[in-house]
Design a binder for this molecule. Sequence first.
Ligand SMILES: Nc1ncnc2c1ncn2[C@@H]1O[C@H](COP(=O)(O)OP(=O)(O)OP(=O)(O)O)[C@@H](O)[C@H]1O
Length: 364
Amino acid sequence: MARLELINLNKTYSPKVVPVKDISLDVDDGEFLTLLGPSGCGKSTTLRLIAGLEEPTRGKITIGNTDVTNARPGDRNIAMVFQSYALYPHLTVYENLCSGLKLQKVPSAEIKQRVDSAASVLGLDAGLMNRKPGQLSGGQRQRVAVGRALVRRPHVFLLDEPLSNLDALLRERVRADIKQLFAAQRVPVVYVTHDQTEAMTLSTKVAVLNNGYVQQLDPPERIYSHPANQFVAGFVGSPQMNLLTLPCQGRFAMLGDCKINLPELSTVPPQIVLGIRPENVRIPQPGDTQIIHGQVFLVEHLGMHNLVSIKVNSSLKEDITVRALLPTDQRWSDGDISLALAPQSIHWFDVQTGDVFRREKVRV
Ligand SMILES: Nc1ncnc2c1ncn2[C@@H]1O[C@H](COP(=O)(O)OP(=O)(O)OP(=O)(O)O)[C@@H](O)[C@H]1O
C-alpha cells in the first residue's frame, strides 16, 4: 500500500501570496485524484509540494506510512509528468525513457524489458526510439513523457496538465488512453488541470480548489450533482449553471411571477441564490408547477442542443437571464416563451457565504 496523504498542508511565499491553505486529502492505491481549479488557485504548487520540489510552510505529507515531508525529491519514489514534458532534447527517445532507470542503477536487461513494455503499452513503435524529441509530434512527445514516468514504477504518479499542449481531438483520444493506463498501475495518481472535462472523465475523485482552499472533495458525479457551494456550482458544468439572486417573500423565492418553494431555513433571508443547470430548464410538461415566462433573446446552436437565453419578466431593476438547453427540432426565435424548472434539480445557496442549503431540507 502506498497511500498518499496530505495533512494540513500550507505554503506561504509572502504574506500576500499563500497558494496552499490547509489542504488535507488522501489518495489510495488505484485512485485518480484531480486537482481542479482556475489559474492561480494553487494546483501546481500543491503538486510540487508532493514531489518535494517545494518545501511546505506547515503540514505533513506521507506516502505509505512514511513521513516524506522533508525527504529529498529523489527519495520519494514519485514520478512526475510535466506540462512541458521536460524531455532531454539531446537524447533519443530510448535514452529519454531509460535515463531515470540508469540513475537508479537498474540492471540493463531490466531497463530494456521495462522500456519495451512501456513503449508497447503507449504504442511507441521501434522506429521512434532513435529519434530526438525535436523530431516528434506533440502527441508522441507527450507519450514519451508518460512512458518515462511509467518505467520508473513509482509509488505515486503526479501529472501537471499533461494534455494542455495537444489539439482538441488528440486530447480526447489521449485522455481515454491515460484513464486506462493509470487505472492499471494500481498506485495513487494526482492530476492537475483547469479543464473540467478532463477532471470529470478521468478521476475517481476531484478536489475543486479556489484561492488555495479545497472547496469540495468528492467523486466527479457528486461534484456535479451536489456542489458544496456557489463557486463549485459555477465552475463545474458546461454550459454553466444558472445562478440567480432572487428576493424572498414568505416561504417563496420569486423568479419573476413564479413562486418557488424555499428550503427549510431558521430565518428567511431577504435574498437567496437559486442554482439550476440549463439542462434542467425544460419545455413545460403536464403537472409542472414552476413555470417561468420571458422572452428569448439569444439562441446558440451546440450541435445536439440549442442553448436558449431568455429574459424573465420581472419587476426587479436588473434583468434576470435564464439559459436553457432545448432540443434542436423546434425553432426558438425571438419572442415569448414559457419554461419549467425541474424542482428536484434546484440548488439553493446562501447569498453571504455562497454555501449550499442542503437539498434534503428543501420542501417541494
Ligand atoms: N515560486 C513562487 N514564488 C512566489 N509566488 C509563487 C511561486 N510559485 C507560484 N506562486 C504564486 O502562487 C499562486 C499559485 O500558483 P500555482 O502555479 O500553484 O497556480 P495554478 O493553480 O497551478 O495555476 P495555473 O493553472 O495557471 O498553472 C500564484 O499566485 C503564483 O503566482
